[in-house]
Write a protein that binds this ligand. Structure first.
Ligand SMILES: Cc1cc2nc3c(=O)[nH]c(=O)nc-3n(C[C@H](O)[C@H](O)[C@H](O)COP(=O)(O)OP(=O)(O)OC[C@H]3O[C@@H](n4cnc5c(N)ncnc54)[C@H](O)[C@@H]3O)c2cc1C
Length: 121
């Protein structure tokens, strides 16, 4: 089978275009996605090894929301059910962390939850 795209590879007019992507581990729609995301993570690492190219540069991410919001509740459920690496911050610790984060580079995939105020991975 041959597939044709109307634009060249890497173009910026698809949903997958642009220079940055988010790779979620702590999914906000349904915790049942987490095993699929973990598997995708393994495949990306494998592809990176096979091609010898850096395909992803993981920077961590910050999710902010109220604990009672259903999407944040699902994030927390994903974390709890699948033991995902995360850190929970309240408003004060977030303010302190943001002051010291400017020059720091995170290296973990996006797997964050944020009850009450916010959190980071
Ligand atoms: C703004 C935005 C941000 C997103 N951010 C993220 C993110 O950070 N992380 C994440 O996991 N997901 C993200 N998504 C969702 C994700 O990008 C999409 O779910 C995914 O890219 C869809 O893949 P696709 O191959 O179906 O469509 P696309 O990536 O859009 O690819 C469709 C391709 O078909 C080509 N095409 C269209 N019509 C024709 C035609 N008639 N003839 C030939 N070629 C044609 C287009 O040029 C394009 O290359 C985002 C989506 C959007 C819109």
């Amino acid at each position: 089978m041959v597939g044709y795209d109307r634009f060249a590879p890497g173009h910026d007019r698809s949903a997958a275009g642009g220079e940055t992507r988010i790779f979620r581990s702590a999914h906000f729609e349904d915790s049942r996605y987490v095993p699929l995301l973990k598997h995708a993570d393994v495949l990306w690492e494998q592809l990176q090894r096979e091609t010898g190219h850096e395909l992803r540069r993981l920077t961590g991410c910050l999710l902010m929301g109220r604990t009672e919001h259903h999407q944040m509740a699902t994030v927390l459920q994903s974390i709890a059910e699948h033991d995902l690496d995360h850190e929970v911050l309240d408003a004060e610790s977030l303010a302190n962390a943001s002051r010291s984060t400017a020059s720091r580079t995170a290296t973990r995939p996006c797997s964050t939850a944020a009850p009450a105020s916010s959190a980071r991975s």
